[in-house]
Design a protein around this ligand. Sequence first.
Ligand SMILES: *Cc1c(COP(=O)(O)O)cnc(C)c1O
Length: 631
Amino acid sequence: MKNVKKQIVGQDVQSSKKTEAPFFSALVKYTERRADSFHCPGHSGGQAFLKAPVGAKFREFFGENLLRADICNAVEEMGQLLDHTGAAYEAEANAARIFGADHLFFVTNGTSTSNKIVWHSQVGPNDIVVVDRNCHKSNLHAIMMTGATPVFLMPTRNHHGIIGPIPASEFAPETIRAKIAMHPFIKNKRRKPRIFTLTQSTYDGVLYNTTRLKHLLDGHIDALHFDEAWLPHASFHPIYNDMHAIGGERMRESLVFSTQSTHKTLAGLSQASQVLVMESLRKKLNRVLFNEAYLMHTSTSPQYSIIASCDVSAAMMDDGRGQVIVEDALKEAFAFRGELRESGLPFSAWEPPRLQETTPNELSQHAWLLHPNEPWHGFGAVEPGFNMLDPLKVTILNPGLEMDGSFSHEGIPAQIVTKYLCENGVIVEKCGLYSFFIMFTIGITRERWQTLLQKLGQFSRDYKANAKIASVMPEFALKHAQYAETGLKDLCQAIHETYKAHDVARMTTEMYTSPLVPAMKPSDAFAKMAHEEIDRIAIDDLEGCTTAVMLTPYPPGIPLLVPGEVINASIVRYLKFARAFNQHFPGFETDVHGLVKENGEYAVDCVREKRSRRSPNMAARTRRARALQYS
Ligand SMILES: *Cc1c(COP(=O)(O)O)cnc(C)c1O
């Protein structure tokens, strides 16, 4: 019999007994007992794999334990993740205590799913929602799924393509009310927004002071959701005080949610994620209602090794170990940054210059704050004390582009560096025009970052010698023979000059900060795709059309347009550039998700224009679109 009764009303965090990693322990115990099982999964503890050589190879590679521990949720002694009972519940309660949350739920399909769960638990059709414009696409998917009407907050951007903070003034309730007042589809202007979603730690590592934000927004928006996919480590080190969602003073009115990818910076297996909740003085979480949304997005066959990794990731940080573990990672990041500064290489870390001048206390938050109008960040008059850079996210700047968007004579586009590194066994996290970024997780080792430095040194030498692509990037040269005899430096320069000729840094900054006008709700535009009421429109005809798809250029992988928005001139200009660039430099293609290549033409699926509104110009455009689609 299960000895923990079904907990619905509140996770009684205090009373959870301190078994280390209760779910993992139960799983080990069950697996070691080798019970005869007649339940799914059908591989039956790995037995099925023995029926064919390729299966046996699989079994040998992954090991017997992984397969024997892969059990179905009918096993009573593991409890039920979906009802939050038994060992599964104990593990969640234990993690809630460790992370300082009132409630915590493990999620097996990443923070992509955690975000949708939070949203579906709070938001219904036509609700007003306030969303960071540069949020992860899962939040935009949630907008489409719930039928909400979004009001966006616009972040700053510098010309390196680094996304800066949303200015503090954007969060003021009166600014938000003004946006609602101006919104074309919101009828009842006085309705309170249901949810506020902010990317806490932007892709480039900029954090917000959550204490200030919570005070500013408490009671003005029902739920405050911080997408902390990159920030689960922040609860454990004082350098992040006031810079993460859970903890601190309780709000009077608003519920606070945090969604975290345990697999991104802690020790979770891929897809390991968690939802954390902090109740307010007036509002408790209704676990029954919340769980309906949880069930909507959770498989009825959760992968227990992922859940065990959530459990263990939390337990690892218990009893003060978290601070030591995070501090170790921080120190590795500081050491890397220091050595890069001293290296004389043409690369530099994006960081406050005060780190170079004196002997700063790198472990104090103060060293990492963004001050107003500092040239290094290029975000202008940021509010003092409102933002910091997470030292663990290291953006490496390449020569070629100044922070004001002007190009230097010589340049090293980041795409070439990252391709070079990749051929040499170093994979980076993200690549921009003249920057790329690496993450110092709790798993980083000195050898790992020293290898990176060494490879960057090797790149610089090959660059100076203008070594032939065939000799320094042989795999790439094999696939793209046209570059084989080109020198590394010459190739860098050719791409650099193309970027320069098109003023591409300003072009992309303008595109991302250009006014984006909604023509319909995102969910309505998305429905047009399901009903196939769309036309595939070629780039040259796109201006003024309403996109049915999300349009996302890689790099940086931040959605540019949401379904239902009008494609403006600066976006068309960028797409034309991407098309020309891709023709000139095969192998270095700018990938734009949502842009489809068909019969040699690039096109975007757009909402079909109404007949009555169709101008002669529009009719021609549609004819061309049809031809494109069916030829
Ligand atoms: C990665 C990421 C997600 C999605 O997380 P997964 O665990 O990969 O599903 C959500 N939000 C942000 C800000 C992210 O960076």
